[in-house]
Write a protein that binds this ligand. Structure first.
Ligand SMILES: Nc1ncnc2c1ncn2[C@@H]1O[C@H](COP(=O)(O)OP(=O)(O)OP(=O)(O)O)[C@@H](O)[C@H]1O
Ligand SMILES: Nc1nc2c(c(=O)[nH]1)N=C(CO)CN2
Length: 176
């Protein structure tokens, strides 16, 4: 049975837009994952560890036959392929792929929590998610995205529309 899942993508190292583009293309090329919608791209002030470059962030809706754990494994594999090296927590990264929502399911495992625990606290996640998510109240939460964004009014200012990713142009991800 296929499920619509939402992924949050972020990059603040190297060619940030190209990293996002490659991540989307690699995800779409996986068996059991089809990209349905992509949000606009936002340039965002770093959250958490602030002594680092600004990020590009976006959200992606996928249709998937994979389980939540398989989807996480795939996301981590794509991060590795794009050269992500784990250094400090919340530190710089070529690409970060977070599982935000998986249908209306909740998952609570040691290595995987869905909805993503930071979801309602991060304007850089909520702003792009709002662009492509068609629901009302967030699964696993008791309020709408707009409500959480209202609470994050200050952080919201650090999220600026940047542009769009043309990920479908030139369609062989292994070629680049
Ligand atoms: N919903 C989720 N999406 C992605 N990773 C998750 C999720 N829940 C738990 N994890 C775990 O978090 C681990 C560390 O992820 P990562 O290094 O990207 O953290 P981070 O981006 O620095 O911080 P944060 O998780 O707060 O965004 C992953 O290896 C994964 O096992
Ligand atoms: N603006 C922004 N800040 C961050 C981001 C991110 O994607 N965007 N990711 C982090 C680690 O999850 C830590 N801080």
């Amino acid at each position: 049975m296929s499920v619509t899942a939402y992924l949050g993508l972020g990059s603040n190292q190297g060619d940030r837009a190209e990293n996002l583009r490659q991540a989307i293309r690699k995800l779409d090329a996986q068996a059991g994952i089809r990209v349905l919608r992509v949000s606009p791209v936002y340039e965002t002030e770093p959250f958490g560890y602030v002594e680092q470059e600004v990020f590009l962030n976006m959200a992606v809706a996928v249709e998937t036959d994979l389980s939540p754990e398989q989807l996480l494994e795939t996301a981590l594999a794509v991060e590795r392929e794009l050269g992500r090296v784990r250094t400090i927590r919340w530190g710089p990264r070529t690409i970060d792929i977070d599982l935000l929502l998986y249908g209306t399911s909740s998952v609570s495992l040691e290595h995987l929590v869905i909805p993503h625990p930071g979801l309602s606290l991060r304007a850089f996640v909520l702003v792009p998610l709002r662009d492509i998510w068609e629901g009302g109240v967030l699964p696993g939460h008791d309020q709408t995205i707009d409500h959480y964004l209202f609470l994050l009014a200050e952080d919201h200012k650090g999220v600026r529309e940047w542009g769009a990713i043309n990920w479908e142009i030139g369609s062989d991800p292994s070629a680049s």
